[in-house]
Design a protein around this ligand. Sequence first.
Ligand SMILES: [Zn+2]
Ligand SMILES: [Zn+2]
Length: 151
Amino acid sequence: MTWLINIASLLGAFIFMEGFAWFMHKYVMHGFGWFLHKSHHEPRHGRFEWNDLYAVIFAAPAIYFMWLGSPEYNYIFFAGCGITLYGLCYFLFHDILVHRRMNHHVRPGNRYMQRIIRAHKIHHKNMRKENGKAFGFLFALPEYDVKRTDE
Ligand SMILES: [Zn+2]
Ligand SMILES: [Zn+2]
């Protein structure tokens, strides 16, 4: 049964992180934390942006949970793994796929992937702190679906 609890903990942490990231993005990064996030809504000069510091901040609880759950490797450890896995998926989606910080030719044909990419591009249409839209990352509502002209 322990493995079931561990998997539930991992998945739970992963899903929780999307909600947490949405909340942080909407109320902190576009709130008092805008001084760091602002760099992400402007053209980037050089390899890094101040906004990257948020990744370091988010990594802290992941490391802490994994440390706390060791060496038993219990559900707390797996919650830390869930946060880490979220961070990895977030990075691949947000920094690589959408913002192309590495050269690649990946063009997802998958409808859900197209939806979340479009939602984040809509988020970036707004360069300012206020009146933002689409604060989620790996989840977006169907209203962000790419409209097909043949439908
Ligand atoms: Zn933003
Ligand atoms: Zn972005």
